[in-house]
Ligand binder design. Structure first.
Ligand code: ASP
Ligand code: MG
Length: 438
């Protein structure tokens, strides 16, 4: 069994669904995990926001626009009147359901139900198309097996058992289609794995069925060694380790959602990043195999806020860092980078929702400086301490760039540097030319 995940663009139009189907029907038993049509989840979020504000006209306008868009693709996708009618009925049903929430009470429960409709639609449409084309495919409802527990963590044994039972009912079926992103929570309500969560679904499903591999299909030939939006001449990386992939996904590589790496790593199931435009190209294989003697890739994470706390009281004191970290903990705000000196500590955060409260609390300990608009440049590779020369190469590449923080030694795979966002492009290009292109 293998797992193939396709994102919103791959199901974004009739034309793309037809192209994707050619890949799905190639040999072997598989579970296909799909996102909503591109743009749909964003539109559903807009509908939800209107409904919270009781702006029913706003919600209706988007719903009507979506119905039109779906019906247009339906006309292009199916050849027979029978399937066109079925698909139109499907669209009518889901959007009428969404409209049924245009009443007085609107809570997070209704919100999550609305957000789930995009994946329910895309998977049913693709399944209809496979049937129309004469394939023996089956829809596996994610709401019947995908579940999170009270801590919002996947309930892995529930997922495994339920998926096994569902699959056992269809021993003759080769192609299963299921929804990414959506799940039930500990109370059995409709919920989701957060935005971009379809990759996570694919990974959890791959682990649950002990898949040969988990394939994430996109429009690019795998993970690149630098960000192609800012740097020319980047190249695809054939192989990398789970740890490297986790760092790169977290620190900015858009191709893979960061949560999807850990389950695959724990179960040791390779993840393949493949290109729908070039289906037979090798792409990137992420596995337990460590890379040796190389810098693998560079990525950048935007919208970082740096906070520096300077205090004479930190000198020779113990317990100072704990007090600082407890403040971040109390606002549920994760810290990405840390550097310390004897009289100060700098940290970075990605989520600056509670920044004002955090800064107020930190002022008890010393003077606090806040710099928004920073970027973490993350260099990933074989950076075990025995390896000489890499740090020098990196710093040499950045010799013209003002660097605000450096974090090295936290793992064997990563050096992180903080620069102001205006220097991001130059930093990425400088690293590219000194590390990869010479
Ligand atoms: N459709 C969801 C989103 O747009 C999940 C996904 O595509 O991964 O966030
Ligand atoms: Mg995605």
């Amino acid at each position: 069994m293998k797992v193939m995940k396709f994102g919103g663009t791959s199901v974004g139009s009739a034309e793309r669904i037809k192209e994707m189907t050619k890949l799905i029907v190639r040999g072997g038993r598989k579970i296909v995990v799909l996102s909503a049509m591109s743009g749909t989840t964003n539109n559903l979020v807009e509908i939800v926001n209107y409904l919270y504000k009781k702006n029913h006209d706003g919600a209706n306008e988007i719903i009507n626009r979506l119905v039109k868009k779906y019906n247009k693709e339906i006309d292009l996708l199916y050849t027979t009147e029978e399937y066109k009618a079925q698909a139109r009925e499907l669209v009518r049903y889901h959007f009428n359901y969404i409209k049924s929430f245009i009443t007085d009470v609107f809570t997070v429960f209704e919100e999550k139900t609305i957000l789930a409709q995009g994946e329910l639609l895309s998977t049913a449409m693709v399944n209809f198309y496979l049937k129309e084309q004469g394939y023996n495919s089956e829809l596996l409802p994610a709401l019947d097996f995908m579940r999170i527990n009270k801590n919002n963590e996947p309930d892995t044994s529930y997922i495994k058992n339920n998926l096994k039972d569902l699959l056992a009912d269809y021993s003759d079926v080769e192609i299963f289609i299921t929804q990414g992103y959506i799940c039930r929570n500990a109370f059995g309500e409709v919920d989701n794995l957060q935005r971009g969560g379809s990759d996570y679904s694919a990974s959890l499903i791959g682990v649950a069925v002990d898949a040969d591999n988990i394939q994430i299909w996109t429009d690019i030939d795998g993970m690149h060694n630098n960000d192609p939006r800012y740097v020319e001449n980047t190249s695809s990386i054939a192989e990398m380790s789970f740890d490297e992939a986790a760092e790169l996904a977290y620190f900015g590589a858009k191709i893979l959602h960061p949560t999807s790496v850990l389950p695959a790593k724990l179960a040791n199931i390779p993840v393949k990043l493949l290109n729908t435009m070039e289906p037979d190209a090798p792409g990137t294989t992420i596995s337990e195999k460590e890379s040796h003697n190389r810098i693998t890739a560079v990525a950048a994470k935007d919208n970082i806020t740096a906070i520096r706390i300077k205090s004479g009281r930190m000198l020779l004191a113990y317990g100072f860092l704990r007090k600082v970290f407890e403040i971040f903990e109390s606002y549920k705000t994760p810290i990405d980078m840390i550097t310390t000196s004897e009289v100060g500590v700098s940290v970075t955060i990605d989520d600056s929702k509670h920044i004002d409260d955090i800064v107020d609390d930190l002022k008890k300990f010393g003077t606090v400086e806040v710099d928004p608009g920073q970027v973490i440049i993350c260099v990933v590779g074989d950076l075990v301490r025995e390896n000489k020369g890499y740090a020098n190469k990196i710093f040499n590449a950045l010799k013209e760039i003002p660097v605000r923080m450096i974090s090295y030694g936290g793992s064997d795979h990563n050096i992180s540097l903080l620069v102001s966002s205006e220097h991001k492009k130059d930093a990425l290009n400088a690293l590219s030319s000194k590390l990869f292109n010479n």
